[in-house]
Ligand binder design. Structure first.
Ligand code: NAD
Length: 324
């Protein structure tokens, strides 16, 4: 693993979002100078970035401005959300993300950025490998032959390839991680873009005692979840490494949505029953990360248990709801 100089100027795009605002904080703690860009300020906490600007990165001229004078770029900006959002919104997701990612790569290359990180997703994986709850973990090679479940996955796959092409044609250094359900405090928990851990924490926190909550699907669909601080360590190690192919950043502990809901109910201490709404989207039937490659390349695996991570997330959402 190559050790890199921390005395650097770093750009984080999507710095007003969930992972971006955490990344800014962690990089500053490590001693970097950080510029954050987004179309919105962080919703739940003040940014720690040395410089924070509101700019639309679908426009090349803005990407050229923000990549000036920085050594490294972490591109986390994306028009995205949980399963409800990415099932419904197709053209906008493809258009916005292809524009952001194409313009950001080109601008970073023109401004001679030394290293570029792209946030891909487990949504790139082929649907036919995720057709039952008890699936095998997804190895990086399982993205091909390509058959992502939704437009969001196709767009991520396109940009993964573009990153590779920029290295092959221009020698431009790119690093790509496929995130598997990153969760934690200071993330969206309402409004339609939230993911399953945050949505379930909100439902349970808002429920009476006793009460009932609605689960999307039949509850038997499976996923794995990675806590935000573990996520940062994986992303950071990847950025320091000399590994240029996509790598999973996720947990190998697969649970059903039912089990996830039960853990959150237990944390709340409430007596809550579950009702299933199978008219709601549930995405692929089963998904888990295979971390064989990432363990080997980065010597990384998540350290924070799902129980502990959910507790921290639940407590934060519960406090947020009290403020309203
Ligand atoms: P997020 O929605 O909280 O953050 C994305 C940020 O991008 C938002 O703050 C949004 O305002 C910003 N953005 C959208 N359009 C923009 C534009 N035109 N110009 C500038 N900024 C714009 O999501 P997140 O969870 O922090 O995700 C960050 C990255 O990680 C995204 O690329 C996402 O696709 C990827 N990812 C996240 C997960 C996860 O579980 N959180 C899983 C897979 C992939």
């Amino acid at each position: 693993m190559i050790k890199r100089d921390k005395n650097k100027r770093v750009l984080v795009t999507g710095a007003g979002g969930f992972t971006g605002s955490h990344l800014v904080r962690h990089l500053i703690e490590k001693g970097y100078w950080v510029r954050g860009i987004d179309i919105k300020h962080p919703e739940f906490w003040e940014t720690k970035a040395h410089e924070f600007k509101i700019l639309d990165l679908r426009k090349l001229e803005n990407c050229l401005k923000v990549t000036k004078g920085v050594d490294e770029v972490y591109n986390l900006a994306a028009n995205m959300g949980g399963i409800g959002f990415i099932t419904d919104v197709k053209a906008e997701v493809m258009r916005d993300n292809v524009l952001i990612n194409t313009h950001m790569l080109e601008a970073a290359r023109q401004n001679k950025v030394s290293r570029y990180f792209f946030s891909s997703s487990a949504c790139v994986y082929a649907t036919y490998k995720q057709d039952k709850p008890d699936v095998a973990g997804l190895k990086e090679s399982d993205a091909y032959p390509a058959d992502p479940d939704n437009e969001y996955g196709w767009e991520k796959l396109f940009t993964e390839r573009l990153c590779k092409d920029y290295y092959l044609d221009f020698g431009f250094e790119t690093r790509v991680a496929r995130f598997h359900n990153i969760y934690g405090p200071y993330g969206t928990y309402k409004g339609g873009r939230e993911k399953s851990p945050a949505a379930l924490c909100r439902k349970v926190a808002m429920a009476n005692d006793p009460d009932e909550i609605i689960i999307w699907g039949d509850g038997k669909q499976t996923r794995s979840y990675c806590f935000i601080d573990d996520w940062f360590e994986g992303v950071y190690r990847l950025m320091q490494s000399d590994f240029r192919d996509p790598l999973n950043i996720g947990s190998e502990r697969m649970v059903t949505i039912d089990e996830l809901a039960d853990m959150i109910i237990k944390i709340s201490g409430k007596k809550i029953s579950k009702r299933y709404d199978t008219s709601k989207p549930q995405g692929v039937r089963g998904r888990n990360s295979d971390n064989t490659l990432v363990k080997k390349v980065l010597d990384w695996e998540p350290q924070i248990s799902l129980e502990e991570g959910l507790k921290r997330t639940y407590e934060w959402i519960e406090e947020e709801l009290k403020k309203k």
